[in-house]
Design a protein around this ligand. Structure first.
Ligand code: NDP
Ligand code: GDR
Length: 359
């Protein structure tokens, strides 16, 4: 007898991870439902290629309007969909913006998680529905231990991280109180060509591409000394799925185990287009100048200033160093990276060069 088709519900389906996860699950034969927000401009660019005609019966991909700040809508969608798996990826996900919108961030990233858990409980789905919560390395915040593992204490450093800590603990509490399969993936930074344009890696790869093509003069950045453990989003959505396929509900750190400064990421991105940099000055005076250009396709002036620091991108409280220990994920999930950092930078740069070449 053939197995029943699995049904997944993804919040945040229009985001970077939502798009890759939807593609992964459709490829595995799932029926995938996603929650998208109403917006004045179309916000489904990342998933349009997955969308078939909704009037065709065989479509495995369905979108519902909704918002994590609205309990009634969450309850109605979960009741309608009866999911086997929920991936709660929806969030106000920008750390710097969370200082400007702290209350909204708490509503969506913190209480939004409770709304999902409570809906599953109220609808009597605690035995049927598994829940994945998108937790984050931002929970570690101020460095307590290096590398950071499932056992490292938390010390959040932004309204975003404080909201996500509520999401983390309420997930653990519902697991323990109601024996739900509700788990946290504590994911370190992961990037891709689909990364939002205001996160630092994508801001860099877009800026470098435009500089190489003569469309922009300079990139303004904040803290160049910050260190992040950067992986590729494609590898990380695979881990999300693996975490929900386990016999026992457990939390996992997902990371590469290697950390790199923002400055080194800048150097790697410029190297992809054959441009060598020279850094001068310190603190807010630091700049990067063109030292050499080895690629005849791109013509940039020697000694041109292409990177400068703008303090407006500094955060009131910063997370200086993140480096994760993925041992548990590697041993228990059998999770393996396909992309290292050079491969990630290459993928992002080739996609952005292509994007801006056509403009
Ligand atoms: P994105 O910012 O790319 O996507 C966020 C998604 O959440 C979008 O679909 C967005 O919709 C949606 N969303 C925002 N507000 C609401 C709301 N009020 N109700 C419903 N949906 C909402 O984030 P990522 O894909 O990078 O990240 C996915 C999740 O993983 C997030 O929860 C993030 O905090 C977390 N995370 C991400 C990491 C990373 O490095 N990428 C690392 C660790 C955790 P819209 O498109 O309309 O804006
Ligand atoms: P982060 O990602 O805050 O780690 O959160 P982001 O790319 O925004 O910042 C990484 C580091 O780069 C420094 N930085 C800059 N950041 C931005 N955005 N813009 C700049 O110009 C700039 N210059 C330097 C930052 O100060 C920081 O130290 C991401 C999000 O995806 C979260 O949702 C997720 O939980 C964490 O990763 C893990």
């Amino acid at each position: 007898m053939s197995q029943a088709q699995k049904v997944a519900l993804i919040t945040g389906i229009t985001g970077q991870d939502g798009a890759y996860l939807a593609e992964l699950l459709l490829g595995k034969g799932y029926r995938v439902h996603g929650i998208k927000r109403r917006s004045s401009l179309i916000n489904t660019q990342r998933i349009d290629h997955l969308y078939q005609d909704p009037h065709v019966d065989s479509s495995n991909f369905h979108l519902h309007y909704g918002d994590l700040s609205d309990s009634t809508n969450i309850i109605r969608i979960i009741q309608e969909v009866q999911p086997d798996e929920i991936y709660n990826l929806g969030a106000m996900s920008h750390v710097k913006v969370s200082f400007d919108e702290p209350e909204y961030t708490a509503q969506v990233d913190g209480i939004g998680t409770l709304r999902i858990l409570e809906a599953v409980r109220l609808l009597g789905l605690t035995r049927k529905t598994k829940i994945y919560q998108a937790s984050t390395s931002e929970l570690y915040g101020l460095v307590q231990e290096v590398p950071q593992s499932e056992k490292t204490p938390f010390y959040p450093r932004s309204p975003y991280a404080v909201a996500k800590i509520y999401g983390y603990w309420i997930t653990v509490n519902y697991r323990e109180a109601y024996q739900m399969f509700a788990v946290n993936g504590i994911l370190f930074n992961h990037e891709s060509p689909l990364r939002g344009e205001t996160f630092v890696t994508r801001k860099i790869t877009r800026g470098v591409s435009q500089i190489a093509l003569g469309q922009q003069d300079k990139i303004y950045l904040g803290n160049l000394d910050a260190k992040r453990d950067w992986g590729h989003a494609k590898d990380y959505v695979e881990a999300m799925w693996l975490i929900l396929q386990q016999e026992q509900p457990e939390d996992f750190v997902i990371a590469t185990g290697i950390t790199t400064t923002v400055r080194d990421f800048v150097i790697m991105a410029f190297n992809e287009v054959g441009i060598e940099l020279e850094f001068k000055g310190t603190g807010i005076e630091e700049v990067a100048l063109v030292k050499a250009c080895h690629n005849p396709l791109y013509q940039v002036e020697m000694a041109k200033e292409v990177v400068a620091v703008d303090p407006r991108y500094f955060r009131p409280t910063e997370v200086e160093l993140l480096i994760g220990d993925p041992t548990k994920a590697q041993t228990k999930l059998g999770w393996k990276l396909k992309y290292d950092l050079p491969a990630l930078v290459k993928d992002m740069m080739s996609s952005d060069i292509q994007l801006f070449s056509s403009k």
